[in-house]
Design a protein around this ligand. Structure first.
Ligand SMILES: Nc1ncnc2c1ncn2[C@@H]1O[C@H](COP(=O)(O)OP(=O)(O)OP(=O)(O)O)[C@@H](O)[C@H]1O
Ligand SMILES: [Mg+2]
Length: 310
């Protein structure tokens, strides 16, 4: 029952002598949205292609839906929806024709579901694929991954090319998948999207899985930057004393603050003065990585690290 939907153990891939991924051990549970986060070249696509047996591991074990994707590739592909990172859909066929063709390879064409998804994503299925823009082609790929309502969705950077409105629609569709008790594994290098959507996040860096965290844990560890603009100069000292505050720099009537964890105590302290503006900056991935490294020693002695500083 509680078998992980995806399980890898010591998964390693070398392309000749160059590193793909090294010793990735990962478990994704049924019903969760798992974000696979890492910068360019970290090994996200490599991992995903290994899960689908599109490439073969140098060493390590893989189970997908309890099956070995190498031996049971057909069964795995029938139960999984996959969106590749580089969607190769150049075709004179229309979107509808391409989707129907793909569906025939499975168990028939889910016309209603295709129509529902096309409506939600505002995808035009009547035009030849080759005439579609990048984002509109991505929508066809998403419908292809979602249309048979698979138990497990594996999506390689699914929001690539989608405008902000369509990204929101995709987030909603993925949340619906989770509500059904189905599972989503998707790669991204966009921290806010992962925070918005995921239950847990794996962080990949230079081919190694450096952390697996709940999103609340990630938020606890991430350092955020904010600027507080006051009516006039304000004494920075009380801000330095706030737990979680890492840096305070004053310039004129503005305080530049770096804080780990909740922003709430800083906002409350700011409210003692007249505030003209508050600007917050999303932490970038590198800052999150650095926060993890800074906490490495703590992690080594206490694997069940608290998610906040207090
Ligand atoms: N076919 C290949 N031959 C040689 N090296 C490869 C090949 N595919 C990937 N690599 C290397 O493996 C590493 C991981 O690449 P991968 O494409 O998995 O990264 P990624 O996390 O998906 O990056 P991106 O965010 O750019 O998509 C990189 O160093 C890359 O150069
Ligand atoms: Mg990739």
């Amino acid at each position: 029952m509680t078998l992980p939907v995806i399980e890898t153990e010591g998964l390693t891939k070398y392309y000749g002598r160059s590193r793909g991924i090294i010793d990735v051990s990962l478990q994704v549970e049924r019903g969760e949205i798992f974000g696979f986060l890492g910068p360019n070249g970290a090994g996200k696509t490599t991992t995903i292609r290994l899960l689908l047996d599109l490439i073969r591991p140098t060493r390590g074990q893989i189970r997908v839906l309890g099956l070995d994707p190498r031996r049971d590739g057909v069964a795995v592909r029938r139960r999984v929806g996959y969106l590749p990172g580089e969607l190769a859909l150049y075709s004179d066929l229309t979107g509808q024709q391409v989707l129907e063709y793909a569906a025939h390879l499975r168990n028939g064409v889910p016309r209603k579901e295709i129509a529902r998804l096309a409506d939600r994503l505002e995808a035009d299925l009547s035009r030849p694929i080759r005439t579609l823009s990048h984002g509109n082609r991505q929508k066809i790929g998403l419908i292809m991954a979602l249309m048979h309502r698979p138990e497990l969705l594996i999506l390689d950077e699914p929001t690539t090319g989608l405008d902000p409105l369509m990204q929101q629609v995709l987030y909603e569709l993925l949340e619906e998948v989770r509500r059904d008790g189905r599972t989503v594994f998707f790669s991204s290098h966009i921290l806010p999207e992962v925070e918005r959507l995921c239950d847990r996040v794996g962080i990949l860096r230079e081919g190694r899985l450096v952390a697996v965290e709940t999103v609340s844990g990630l938020k606890g560890v991430a350092v955020r930057r904010m600027d507080l603009v006051f009516e006039g100069p304000v004494d920075p000292e009380p801000f330095r004393a706030i737990p979680g505050v890492r840096e305070v720099a004053a310039s004129g009537a503005t305080l530049h603050i770096a804080i780990q964890g909740s922003l709430d105590p800083v906002v409350k302290a700011a409210a003692q003065h007249t505030v003209l503006n508050i600007v917050t900056y999303e932490p970038n991935l590198e800052e999150v990585f650095l926060a993890f490294y800074r906490d490495d020693a703590r992690q080594a002695t206490d694997p069940r690290r608290p998610t906040t500083d207090d």
